[in-house]
Design a protein around this ligand. Structure first.
Ligand SMILES: *Cc1c(COP(=O)(O)O)cnc(C)c1O
Length: 390
């Protein structure tokens, strides 16, 4: 499928979806803002483009790049991560049930509860790291198993190949939200998943300046077709410029991911030995309960996301977050800058519909950026020490 089947990932990322037959020989993809395209006198559309909700060159280039990078048979771009999730869930019909993780991303949980629930699509949750629990809850009406791995904000890791086998044995499709790891560290389609969804808003774009989403598919089958129809029929299309921005982000993703992983590894070790920290949740730590699973299915690192609980209560956690200087106190993740968030009080978490899971009050979540690791640990250290009386 790729123009360069033998290239390694960082080379491929720079060139994937690059313009071909570009009349001006532009090296960076031109931005096509035109909403409509002219027909030839015989009525045909010479380049295949007619109207921009149906297709657009920048959206096509973003989708083509993702197919090459993920080894996918198809990709469908959306205006946000949630829009991509909706596109994939549109496969479900009344009476279907989805099995989701306890700490499912809150936006997905709310969409299931408030949008799909009234249409007759139900969901319930399981501890995805407990294969027996998953096996028990797989019943006949189950049509889809949904994984966020590593999960948000507990960084739980689910065994993708084992869950793909279980789901398929029960006639269900497996979808993986790969926003945290990205295809650089984890390739769910190669591990048996049927589809992968991304908030491109996060690592793919990588600079906290665009909202976007994409879904990729193992086959050009019904799951793909329904998502493509949803994109076009529901008008759920990303703008040309947003597609262009995410596509630009993809070029540096492998190298950014290396920096995110290296920094997160350093910070997780630093926090684990910090007297003010109770527990660190990071798949790269030997103390992580699913460290072995993470090692088996992730390559090149364990990502830039980690959470930790502080010795103390909600106020202690809020006070530590209030003292950071280099980290920014903000929701979201995956940008070049480091963020810290008291997750239990975040706007999206606080609306708390869904699986009934509650985030510990003393938990802080970090999106570790690509700054110098020593600057980041120094900032966390002064924030944790504060006016603490040991
Ligand atoms: C942010 C996020 C989403 C939703 O993406 P949006 O672009 O904000 O709609 C979905 N899944 C995960 C894991 C996320 O972090």
């Amino acid at each position: 499928m790729s123009e360069f089947p033998s290239l390694r990932l960082s080379s491929l990322a720079v060139h994937a979806g690059r313009p071909r037959d570009e009349p001006m020989r532009a090296v960076a993809p031109p931005l096509y803002l035109s909403t409509t395209y002219e027909r030839d006198p015989d009525g045909t559309y010479p380049r295949g483009y007619s109207y921009s909700t149906i297709s657009n060159p920048n959206r096509d280039a973003f989708e083509a790049a993702m197919m090459e990078l993920e080894g996918a048979a198809a990709a469908v771009a959306f205006p946000s991560g949630l829009a991509a999730i909706a596109g994939v869930l549109s496969r479900l019909r009344p009476g279907a049930r989805v099995l989701v993780p306890h700490d499912l991303f809150q936006g997905t949980a709310r969409m299931l509860a408030e949008q799909w629930g009234p249409l007759g699509i139900a969901f319930d949750s399981a501890d995805m790291s407990d294969l027996d629990a998953v096996r028990r809850s797989l019943r006949a009406e189950r049509r889809m198993v949904w994984l966020d791995t590593p999960s948000n904000p507990m960084l739980a890791v689910a065994d993708i190949p084992a869950l793909a086998d279980l789901a398929h044995a029960h006639g269900a499709e497996l979808v993986v939200d790969n926003t945290f790891a990205t295809f650089v560290l984890q390739r769910p389609l190669a591990l048996g998943a049927d589809a992968v969804v991304y908030a491109a808003t996060k690592y793919l774009a990588g600079h906290s300046d665009v909202v976007g989403g994409i879904a990729t598919f193992a086959e050009q089958g019904a799951l793909y077709e329904t998502a493509r129809n949803w994109q076009i029929n529901m008008g759920s299309v990303p703008s040309p410029f947003d597609s262009w921005l995410v596509h630009r982000g993809l070029r540096t993703l492998p190298i950014r991911m290396q920096a995110h992983c290296a920094n997160a590894a350093t910070i997780s070790a630093f926090l684990e030995s910090h007297p003010r920290v109770e527990r660190v949740f990071y798949p790269g730590l030997a103390s992580h309960p699913q460290h072995a699973v993470a090692r088996a299915q992730m390559t090149g690192g364990f990502g830039g996301m980690l959470s930790f609980t502080i010795r103390g209560d909600r106020q202690t956690a809020m006070a530590a977050a209030a003292r950071v200087r280099l980290f920014r106190r903000a929701a979201s993740l995956g940008g070049v800058e480091s963020l810290i968030e008291h997750r239990a009080s975040s706007p999206i978490q606080a609306r708390g519909k869904g699986t009934g899971f509650t985030v510990p009050d003393n938990l802080l979540r970090l999106s570790v950026g690509i700054e110098d690791a020593d600057d980041l640990t120094a900032d966390l250290d002064q924030a944790l020490q504060g006016n603490w009386q040991p």
